[in-house]
Each structure stands twice: as C-alpha cells, then as structure tokens.
Design a binder for this molecule. Structure first.
Ligand SMILES: C[S@@+](CC[C@H](N)C(=O)[O-])C[C@H]1O[C@@H](n2cnc3c(N)ncnc32)[C@H](O)[C@@H]1O
Length: 237
C-alpha cells in the first residue's frame, strides 16, 4: 500500500548517471511537457513577478538549482525580456548530460550559462545571486539534506529563494497516472513522476523546513496543479 503520510524514499530512475544523453533528453522533454501543460512553469514566473515588484532592481542574477535541460531558465529569459528586465541566468545540475543538453538548447541566449554542480557539495562562497530557483528538484532529497542546502541557498542569495515542487497527494497520484499514460512517452518519466509525487510535500513540511532558516521571511502556497510554492526572502532588503 502507498503511504502518503510520509515521504517516499524510493529512487528515481533519472538519477542514474549511467543513462545515455538521449535517454536523459527524452525524459527531460516529458518533464518539460508536464511543466507546460500542468502550469508548473507559470508558478515560478508569478513568484518571480512578485519578487520583482517587491525588490525592484535594474537587473537580476538568477540561479536555477537542478536545472535539467534548462527549459525553466529559457522561459524566465523570455518572460523577463518581454518585461524589459535584464537578467543573468545560471543553471546548475549534477548530471553533465543534462548540462550538455541545456547548453545545446540555449545556444541563442547570451545571458544563460550552465555548470555541472552537485547541489549537496555546493560551496556558497563560489556562487552568488539575487534569486535562487529550485523547481521539481527538492523532492529528490531527504529532510536532512534539505535542511543543509536550504541554509546554503539562503547564504548565497541577496533577495531570496523560490521553490516550486509537488504536493504529496493521492488524487494527484491517480490523475498523474492517467496524464502520463496519455501524454508521456518515456517509461522513466512515467515511473519517476509517480515516485516524485510520493516523495513530494505537505504544506506542513515547508513550515518545518523553514525552521532551519529562522531569519528568513517565508510564504507557502498551494498552486494548481498539485504544487507548492515556497518563497523565502531576506527581510529588510
Ligand atoms: C525532476 S528534474 C527537474 C528539472 C528541472 N528543474 C525542471 O523543472 O524541468 C530534477 C533535476 O535535479 C537534478 N538533480 C538531482 N540531484 C541533484 C544534485 N544533487 N545536484 C544537482 N542537481 C541534482 C537532476 O539531475 C534533474 O535534472
């Protein structure tokens, strides 16, 4: 029986670093499709707009942790360009093959660069940015790992952190099963999507994680379709 009360610790197949670049490309394509159709990218864009309004700057440096094929940063680049906001965008991911795909797909964007980096061994002194994004990556980690790197995230940001991740929920699990059978092509993305929902979060999880960074202001909001938006900001900046 699947227990939704606790986060699953099952492994995702896409975290296997021996997968080929073509396999990774197909899986990330499926994830991007789900992000687009289920409104995932919009959640991050809206959160960014709220931050831009509250913390007006001439330009923003934005890091995306676990950037996959870089589609979120390309969407952010287009969104900000349309609003006349200048950005410097940096994508970090553990998987070098994803980074290669991200570089290849972002050829026409001169304000985006990608670096292969394990979030868990990240030195906050090496990176700094105004805003840090983390979309569908947090659920890959244990509570202890989340506490450790959220502390690092806060150190390397001047404004704050936007997390966009999954609601651990039976209805979403059942609906995703139907959606993935109809629209997703890869067995890996179908499997990992279900594991991801089981490893996702409840609202309370974010209140608990926020205790690791007590000096930050934060908000947690449920967003359609079955996501949480967790925004941490430095007060008085
Ligand atoms: C579900 S994908 C999400 C990709 C992208 N953010 C999106 O929304 O399309 C999770 C990503 O996290 C990356 N990842 C997993 N563990 C990581 C780690 N320790 N450090 C950096 N990236 C990691 C994976 O390689 C993968 O690209």
């Amino acid at each position: 029986m699947i227990r939704f009360k606790q986060r699953s610790t099952d492994n995702e197949l896409m975290d296997d670093l021996s997968l080929s670049e073509d396999q990774i490309r197909s899986v990330l394509k499926d994830i991007t499709l789900a992000n687009k159709w289920l409104g995932g990218a919009k959640i991050t864009l809206k959160a960014l707009d709220t931050i831009f309004e509250k913390y007006p700057r001439e330009s923003y440096t934005i890091i995306d942790m676990g950037c996959g094929d870089g589609s979120m940063l390309r969407t952010v680049a287009d969104h900000c360009k349309a609003k006349g906001i200048r950005t410097v965008l940096i994508g970090l991911d553990l998987n070098e093959k994803s980074i290669n795909i991200a570089k290849e797909s972002s050829h026409y964007y001169d304000n985006i660069r990608f670096i292969s980096q394990d979030v868990l061994s990240l030195d906050p002194e090496e990176y700094n940015c105004d805003i840090l994004l983390c979309t569908l990556t947090l659920h890959h980690f244990s509570r202890e790992q989340i506490d450790a790197f959220v502390k690092k995230f806060v150190l390397l940001t001047k404004i704050g952190v936007v997390v966009n991740d999954l609601d651990r929920n039976k209805i979403s699990f059942a609906l995703f099963r139907i959606f993935s059978r109809m629209f997703m092509k890869t067995v890996i993305a179908k499997h990992d999507g279900l594991v991801s929902i089981k490893s996702g979060f409840s609202e309370n999880d974010f209140h608990v994680f926020s205790k690791a960074v007590p000096d930050m202001d934060y908000t947690v909001r449920w967003r359609w379709a079955f996501r949480y938006e967790w925004i941490l900001t430095h007060p008085n900046r």
